[in-house]
Design a protein around this ligand. Structure first.
Ligand code: PLP
Length: 394
């Protein structure tokens, strides 16, 4: 298999990111000569253990945590499951969870399967969002009860980039003695996070969303928060997660977090400016196009645009001819194209939800790439609309 990233215009960074060359360099010794087990007593393993601990500090520094609060996992999904299931086991008498209608499947499907997983009946409140994808805190306040074991609200949405007021929501949960988890997989590395000042008990992050490899994640657990491990096994991770550590990827994640701290300002200025130029250009050059998501309370790298009366997957196929990579808001489920649950929750009209495209940029994108996409998109949409019976009926 041969991939040639030189020819690709990659605007699908919320799906996964390029592993930074600096991260690859940091990982290489652990894929070659430094192969010791960090749990071994000999110094060959001990050196490796030192590198895992360095990575723990690098991750902690990016999110304003203490390194003792960092547990390495295999991915964001594992971190999410660990947090929720831990809270339910720590408070078995509480059977209520508060979350939102726009969570990633890692939380959405977990909540749908809770009764089967725990053997108990649970009640899940899924908070509504407005048409711009934002949450209403009055609705949230009403949802919190004495029976609520945990609140799980994503920090930033993977499809629209909309940022939720997790700081405030965590404080409201804390006032009522309820645990608070945030899926910050899309937020970490893109916007500043300082957990020291917040009432967040659990936070999930994932390496492959911030230029580290796939297959490594983190669960932050605030000091003092009751915790029940998800993976029982050896004494790794201070007894919090059994299984020999994925050392090379952990070291890579540590380096990626260090780099993210250094490039955060660029993400919030240069990448934001690229995203804004792309967004404004598309919205003005393509008729019947609309932005999905709040204009400002949003990640700096993400824009989700609906092109009415065309099918997202058809648009992606045409973009693919020009080597432009992005994502669509519809997923092919059992032969039918279902619009995304996020856009449906926002009440995006059917004809627009089907034609939504998410462009998610990174520090590796350039002005020339934005120019290229702005040149190619209007004719793609015009050509597809010529074939669309809905467009002709307009
Ligand atoms: N949560 C969010 C918001 C995500 O965007 C993703 C991945 O797309 C995940 C969780 C799952 O992360 P992972 O792929 O590391 O399991």
């Amino acid at each position: 298999m041969k991939c040639d990233p030189k020819d690709v215009i990659y605007m699908d960074n919320n799906a996964t990111t390029r592993v930074a060359p600096e991260v690859v360099e940091a990982m290489m010794p652990f894929l070659t000569e430094c192969y010791g087990n960090p749990s071994s007593m000999h110094s060959f393993g001990g050196q490796v253990s030192g590198s895992v601990e360095k990575a723990r500090i690098q991750v902690a520094e990016l999110i304003g945590a203490n390194s003792k609060e960092i547990t390495f996992t295999s991915c964001g999904t594992e971190s999410d499951s660990t947090a929720i299931l831990s809270a339910l086991q720590a408070f078995p008498e509480k059977r209520h969870i508060v979350t939102t209608r726009v969570e990633h499947p890692a939380i959405k499907h977990l909540c749908e399967n809770l009764d089967r997983l725990t053997g108990h009946k649970h009640r899940v409140t899924r908070l509504h969002v407005d048409s711009d994808g934002t949450l209403d805190l009055t609705q949230y306040e009403k949802a919190l009860t004495e029976d609520t074991a945990i609140v799980s609200v994503m920090w930033a949405n993977n499809e629209t980039g909309v940022i939720f007021p997790v700081e405030k929501m965590a404080a409201m949960a804390k006032e009522r003695g309820i645990l608070f988890h945030t899926d910050a997989v899309q937020a970490v590395g893109k916007i500043p996070i300082n957990l020291q000042e917040l009432d967040i008990d659990f936070l999930s992050l994932s390496g492959h969303k911030l230029h580290a490899p796939k297959g490594v994640g983190v669960l932050y657990v605030k000091r003092g928060t009751p915790f029940v491990p998800f993976l029982a096994g050896g004494h790794q991770e201070d007894g919090r997660r059994g299984g020999t550590e994925n050392v090379a990827s952990i070291v890579g994640l540590g380096r990626a977090c260090e780099l993210a701290g250094e490039t955060m300002e660029e993400e919030n200025t240069r990448v934001r400016a690229l995203r804004d130029r792309l967004e404004e250009g598309l919205l003005t050059s393509v008729p019947k196009s609309m932005l999905n998501g709040h204009k400002t309370d949003r990640l700096p790298n993400t824009t989700n645009i609906s092109f009415e009366f065309v099918e997202g997957e058809a648009i992606l196929l045409h973009m693919n001819i020009h080597n432009i990579c992005a994502s669509s808001g519809s997923a092919c489920t059992s032969g039918s194209l279902e619009p995304s649950h996020v856009l449906r929750a926002m009440g995006v009209p059917f004809t627009a939800a089907h034609g939504s495209i998410r462009y998610s940029l990174s520090v590796y994108n350039t002005d020339a790439e934005v120019d290229f996409v702005l040149e190619k998109m209007p004719p793609i949409i015009a050509e597809l609309r010529e074939l669309s019976p809905f467009w002709k009926a307009e």
